[in-house]
Design a protein. Structure first.
Length: 255
């Protein structure tokens, strides 16, 4: 996440994680780039408003004072939008057997996921998409296939054990057969290679973690995963960045 603030030289500057869309936008405006800061040299208010609206970069109060801008409180807007959701699910209980206790908003998230057999959980990083997905699998009571980046496979195995006492099988590229389990974890890179083996498992639930990994509709892994969707009764995609740069990147996830 980036931030719009005043740098040590008194310039309005945007400090960002690497985001092609934001960087390209600022570069086209001819702004100076210094040590991970993009200095806003002209059209300051218009640029700040655009970056805040499009990429949700928070604005330092000093910048707001300088350009006479009122804060856009995205958190408040989201909270207001969630009032109806909370009201709908208040008092509703679901049958999931968890060791960990879910926070109220996580419980609401699981209830919402339960109402949608195919959905995208786009909670921001750190809000607990993983534990919600585990509870969702518990509610649906079916064999689950979890697809994630290779670096997260062991973490998923640990989270399943820690939050729900679930033993799972991590699939690697060398496996030719799979032990019996209700939970299997595989990475995107080998999904296509293992499709026949996975189909034989008859999974009922698909969890795609970091689902923006299938944003390229021409990629082989995207085609393989979309091609497998008829296997499952329930599909939940997890990503804090469902649309990284362009609206077209959202289509494979919706598809």
């Amino acid at each position: 996440m980036g931030k719009i603030s005043i740098d040590k030289n008194g310039n309005v500057a945007i400090k960002m994680d690497w985001q092609d869309g934001c960087y390209d936008y600022l570069r086209r405006l001819g702004h100076a780039y210094h040590d991970k800061h993009m200095i806003i040299q002209k059209d300051i208010k218009e640029t700040v408003e655009h970056v805040n609206n499009k990429w949700y970069y928070p604005i330092d109060s000093k910048v707001m004072d300088l350009i006479g801008m009122k804060p856009i409180d995205h958190a408040a807007a989201i909270a207001d939008a969630n009032i109806e959701i909370d009201a709908k699910y208040s008092g509703t209980t679901l049958d999931y057997d968890m060791i960990s206790t879910l926070r109220s908003y996580q419980d609401t998230g699981v209830q919402w996921m339960n109402d949608h057999d195919r959905c995208i959980n786009a909670d921001e990083m750190g809000l607990g998409k993983t534990i919600q997905a585990i509870a969702f699998c518990q509610v649906k009571h079916g064999r689950a296939l979890i697809v994630c980046p290779a670096s997260l496979k062991l973490n998923w195995q640990k989270e399943l054990k820690m939050h729900a006492g679930i033993e799972s099988v991590v699939i690697d590229s060398k496996m030719t057969s799979l032990p019996e389990s209700d939970y299997y974890i595989i990475n995107y890179d080998i999904f296509k290679k293992k499709m026949e083996m996975l189909k034989e498992l008859s999974p009922e639930i698909l969890i795609l973690d970091e689902a923006h990994y299938i944003k390229n509709q021409d990629a082989q892994r995207t085609k393989a995963i979309i091609g497998s969707q008829k296997w499952y009764k329930h599909i939940s995609l997890l990503t804090g960045t469902p649309m990284v740069n362009r609206p077209a990147e959202l289509w494979p996830l919706l598809n």
